[in-house]
Design a protein around this ligand. Sequence first.
Ligand code: LLP
Length: 461
Amino acid sequence: MKLRGTMRVNSRGHLEIGGIEAADLAGRFGTPLYVLDEELFRQNCRDYHRAFVEKYGAEVIYAGKTLITLAVCRLVEEEGLGLDVVSGGEIYTALKARFPMHRVYFHGNNKSPEEIKMALEAGVGRFMADNLQEIEILNRLAGDMKVRASVTIRLTPGIEAHTHEYVKTGQIDSKFGLAIQTGQAEEGIRLALRLENISLRGLHCHIGSQIFDLDSYAHAVDAMMDFAGRMKRKTGWQPEEINLGGGLGIYYAKGDSPPPVDRYAEVVMSRLKAKSAEHGMTIPRLMVEPGRSISGPAGSTIYTVGTVKEIPGVRKYVAVDGGMSDNPRHALYQARYEAMLANKASLPPGEIVSVAGKCCESGDMLIRDIALPPVEPGDLLVVSCTGAYNYTMSMNYNRLPRPAMVLVRDGQADLILKRENYEDLIRNDTIPDRLKKSKVVSIASPSKTGLSHSVSCLLYS
Ligand code: LLP
């Protein structure tokens, strides 16, 4: 496993993150445990800040869908980035974290009127309008509140991003955005310009995620700016800002070779300048919305190995105490990950195993075919690069409580997300009167380590 950020193997042959042994973290907080390396998260924010904000006066907007908690919002604000949100829940999180709302960008292909009102009241900086209907609803609701909504229109530029089918978004046949080729993008611009409670600020596109090929971004800029040039000639309006979305890929496993962030900035900025000159436009302000490339490498997950099963001549399954419930990405996208045994970090790999989760689903795998030192029950397996789209896509399948998350830095570990317990799992369950009965039952409650110990408890209905 490639070591990231503050990860290191200490003289005892144990893996440390943020100056703390993974075994210590597991002992204190239990497993599965999400670990966020504060220094690396901040470093990734700073790389973007330097490459885009300091060099080109661009705006960097962190995509909260990859990883959002109150503490994460605080880090993002301290590092001077904006925040991309996609739901009332994410807006609520930003509000509770007291994130400056004028730096919040509200996305979504089906924003409800309640969410739109909430966003207007909160004073979000931009509505990233996805379709014609949304522009009209927004105009009406803004009018009711006697405010003007700042809007950027999301376009589908028809760009081929070389990435997984499920995370491609720039093509015409997409649920997101208004397609340039069909004329709907132009219709959106004309509509927004006509409506009195809408202030049209710019154009947006997001061509996909886990992208390594910077040419895809260059083509996206070309398509956006050629469209902007046509709009200028036809309507006189020109965008103040061009938002290119997120998508920069990261290293998960061998074969992944992400380009450096400053190169990404150079490529898109030089296209933006060239195209602005070609169309006789002032250079619009560049905006990007990175998510994975900031949070992804900064997160890792510690699991405890449970059962180890060898099917002779076929495969050795190592089962851990989490799985698709805390990281569904292999099940969904065949995503690849690297891992190591934190307590045997300096032992050479001795066998090829596959890491399975504990959910009742054959597809509940985390890693297929990985070389590890001899694995035994009780070992601590650390999967790297789980900072993005893990916690935010986690679930309670099989009523597994979701893991805790700790923020580590300089030998200090702070809990930023509590582990769910069994009580949390039934918190929203209700029993209709006709099904109620009075009885005494015994339930089990999860211990800190994730292993269960049984406690007797009286439940009266
Ligand atoms: N901006 C917009 C409008 C987006 O839709 C996305 C991601 C981003 C920014 C951030 O993209 P990033 O820099 O993180 O690639 N769940 C999938 C990825 C879905 C991407 C959704 N949109 C996965 O786990 O790979």
